[in-house]
Design a protein around this ligand. Structure first.
Ligand SMILES: Cc1ncc(COP(=O)(O)O)c(C=O)c1O
Length: 479
């Protein structure tokens, strides 16, 4: 075992004080090293580190070491991981489990959890309804639009605060002035809520709807070009809108948004608008939306941004703003005359915000965004996500009974794989595996299309979690 550094602590401390039970699975070993002396170690796969205590008589020395279960080739540099181990302690959901469901919901940092209560308390203490409180709540919204704008590379005025991705997609979907005979083109990897909305628009307005096979492009020689080619081949003269996800939630493929926007805008005989479902991309990818040319970009704060459930947003490119009429309308959407009568819509993204909201969510999401910035910039975070994902993808691919959906290294934090039974993917084994892993404290999910298991890695995932997951999968499948 490699002792990496003495901590200079010489008093007799119980190791349980160093790695508290709440930090997960621990392994203790006590080995006599010579007459009267002892060595005791504790390892936390959850934290990715271990501590040892060596003593003889009254002399006790505490040291940090790299546990033997870790793959030393992949984790030779202790310092960044040690920083991360410390950093992760501010996410209570990460304690005592291995979390791989960031694409479902991100874990909230303590500061974001605390913001919910402190904001609510301040509202109650100073109001709840008063001029001062109302001004402040307006400022919370403005602050959130500002920090989301920085994350997305767009001006705050182009943003609408929503409840989630689905509401963000519904705003342009219902707000465009549909004519019978128009056509909507969707990818084949869209989320059920978005598919259902598009289908209902088709039914209500006589709009035709078709899908194009994007899923199969992930394993082609040039997936970006293949995706653009597939969309180009399925555009029709009557197409008005293309709906695709920026990152496909099943295969994890990152679609080339700029090239797709360019294709749509140059389509003949008329330009096509592009709506991107950004559920899996905001908080994962470094973004500069203005440069991409996308028209509508709907996202949420509760997945990769690790904010509270219930607040998300929509970006509408300035050039597309006047094409979308507000569908749900309220006091936040409008401007008033001096008698308080509505005289028009807000000249920006706020025209789609409706009325009273759960404002502490705004402060909370803002705080989650600030937490990520403390660790690194968006490029650094994405780079680490890709490194980790490529490690997991490679380790899964080395197992004879597992098959990652992608044949080339992933470019996002979504890694999906099939469990094989006699060489064929087995839906029963997918369910069994996810249930068993969950019972052991490792949280993943199954997907139905294609039938597979999905593991997600964030920038603060640990290499040790990857190793532990691969070992746990093999243990479960061996039984
Ligand atoms: C691609 C995609 N779109 C939409 C959604 C729905 O998100 P929300 O509940 O924020 O509307 C999800 C959620 O998992 C998703 O993965």
């Amino acid at each position: 075992m490699d002792v990496s550094g003495a901590l200079g602590i010489t008093q007799d401390i119980a190791l349980s004080e160093v790695i508290p039970q709440s930090l997960g699975k621990r392994q203790y070993r006590r080995t006599p090293s010579s007459q009267g002396a002892y060595r005791e170690t504790t390892e936390s796969p959850q934290m990715g580190i271990g501590f040892s205590r060596e003593g003889e008589g009254d002399r006790v020395e505490l040291a940090l070491f790299q546990p033997c279960f870790m793959n030393t080739a992949k984790t030779a540099d202790l310092s960044p991981r040690t920083d991360l181990v410390h950093y992760r302690q501010q996410f209570p959901a990460l304690a005592a489990k291995h979390y791989f469901n960031y694409g479902g919901q991100g874990p909230m940092p303590e500061a974001a959890i605390a913001a919910l209560e402190t904001t609510q308390r301040q509202i109650q203490q100073q109001g709840p309804f008063s001029n001062q409180v109302n001004r402040w709540l307006g400022q919370l919204g403005a602050d959130l639009r500002q920090s989301l704008g920085s994350e997305l590379g767009v001006g705050a005025d182009t943003l609408t605060l929503t409840e989630n991705v689905t509401v963000g997609c519904n705003i342009p979907l219902w707000g465009l002035d549909w004519q019978a005979g128009d056509h909507i083109l969707m990818g084949d990897c869209e989320h059920p809520g978005i598919i259902a909305t598009v289908q209902e628009i088709g039914r209500r307005f006589g709009v035709s709807v078709s899908t194009c096979p994007l899923m199969a492009t992930v394993n082609q020689a040039d997936p970006d070009q293949a995706a653009v080619d597939v969309i180009a081949a399925h555009l029709q003269p009557q197409t008005r809108l293309v709906v695709v996800s920026h990152i496909l939630w099943n295969t994890g493929q990152v679609l080339p948004l700029t090239a797709i926007a360019d294709l749509c805008h140059h389509h003949q005989p008329r330009s096509v608008l592009l709506l991107a479902d950004a559920a899996q991309s905001v908080g994962m990818l470094p973004l500069n939306l203005e440069e991409t040319g996308v028209d509508f970009y709907a996202f949420t704060g509760h997945k990769w941004l690790c904010g509270p459930a219930g607040v998300g947003g929509l970006y509408i490119a300035p050039a597309a703003l006047d094409q979308v009429r507000p569908t749900f309308i309220g006091w936040r959407s409008v401007t008033n005359d001096s008698s308080g009568h509505p005289i028009g819509f807000q000249p920006n993204g706020q025209q789609y915000e409706v009325a009273t909201s759960d404002y502490p969510l705004y402060a909370s999401l803002n705080s989650a965004i600030a937490t990520h910035a403390e660790w690194g910039n968006p490029q650094e975070r994405y780079q680490r996500i890709c490194q980790l994902s490529q490690t997991l993808w490679q380790r899964l691919g080395e197992q004879p009974n597992l098959r990652p959906l992608r044949t080339t290294p992933p470019d996002s934090g979504l890694i999906s794989f099939e469990v094989l039974d006699n060489g064929e993917p087995s839906p029963a084994l997918h369910k069994h595996l996810v249930n068993q892993l969950e019972a052991q404290g490792s949280l993943l999910r199954t997907l139905l299309y294609p039938n597979c298991v999905r593991a997600c890695l964030h920038y603060f995932s640990l290499e040790t979690e990857i190793e532990a997951l691969v070992a746990e999968i093999q243990e479960v499948l061996a039984v």
